[in-house]
Design a binder for this molecule. Structure first.
Ligand SMILES: CC(C)(COP(=O)(O)OP(=O)(O)OC[C@H]1O[C@@H](n2cnc3c(N)ncnc32)[C@H](O)[C@@H]1OP(=O)(O)O)[C@@H](O)C(=O)NCCC(=O)NCCS
Length: 220
């Protein structure tokens, strides 16, 4: 008998969401797991410029009200604070809704020693070594490299090609820009931003932005 596929919606319909849909397609190409139901957005009446309008199936409010026949969701939004708040709300209000871990077939990871929270997304080419924790709704983007014992907080977005060294702790809802490097045992506070291409050598205070090599506080 054919395996029953979970009907999954992607929240958002812009670039990040379409990349998450592509990830789901790639997972299905190796092992059929999901039926893509479409995108769910905040306001289907006024889609964004780059939204995949043809595949928008409803509004987030309809999801919360149980009006969409959706069994699973993936968060396709590139703002860490929004990823976090949507994930927390779904977990609180829709406890039966699955938020699966989506791991691209090309990801290299010591799975037995790593812990992935609910709704985590590991994109193509990511490498995670040993004893790594990725907390709920965090997304590790294409070709990122995450070292031993690193902790990636809830809702965090790590953009492509970033390198997170061993023992690094990234606080909830933080953004790590593309190609940034965070050196070993550095702590990045909650709600912080590390600019694209930065090399972070010292702890980053919560809610602050750092840029450059070596990374310095961005004040303007
Ligand atoms: C750091 C960041 C958050 C700052 O955003 P912002 O506040 O909108 O900054 P602005 O674009 O207004 O630039 C302000 C100044 O900071 C500089 N700056 C911006 N990002 C920088 C970076 N990553 N490294 C060094 N300097 C940077 C700009 O050159 C500008 O300098 P100037 O005033 O001397 O001209 C953003 O530029 C960034 O790096 N985000 C990561 C995005 C990312 O990863 N994108 C990939 C998606 S896949």
């Amino acid at each position: 008998m054919a395996k029953r596929l979970a009907r999954i919606a992607v929240i958002g319909a812009g670039g990040n969401a379409r990349e998450v849909r592509w990830l789901i397609d790639d997972i299905n190409s190796i092992e059929p797991s999901y039926e893509f139901a479409g995108y769910v957005v905040s306001d289907p009446g006024s889609p964004g410029r780059y939204d995949d309008r043809d595949n928008i199936v409803g509004a987030i409010d309809e999801l919360y009200e149980g009006r969409l026949a959706i069994e699973a969701v993936a968060i396709g939004i590139g703002d860490p604070a929004v990823r976090y708040s949507i994930g927390e709300r779904i977990a609180a209000e829709l406890p039966a809704m699955a938020m699966p871990q989506l791991v691209h077939p090309s990801v290299v990871m010591d799975a037995p020693s790593c812990h992935l929270g609910s709704g985590t997304i590991l994109s193509a080419g990511a490498i995670l070594t040993v004893n790594i924790t990725v907390e709920n709704y965090a997304m590790i983007n294409r070709a990122c490299n995450i070292g031993h014992e690193a902790i990636v907080g809830a809702g965090v977005l790590i953009n492509p090609l970033a390198s997170i060294s061993g023992g690094v702790v990234i606080g909830d809802r933080s953004l790590i820009g593309t190609s940034a490097t965070v050196l070993q045992y550095v702590k990045v506070g909650d709600d912080a931003t590390v600019g694209a291409g930065a090399v972070v050598t010292k702890d980053v205070s919560p809610g602050t932005t750092v840029v450059g090599v070596p990374a310095r506080l961005k004040t303007t």
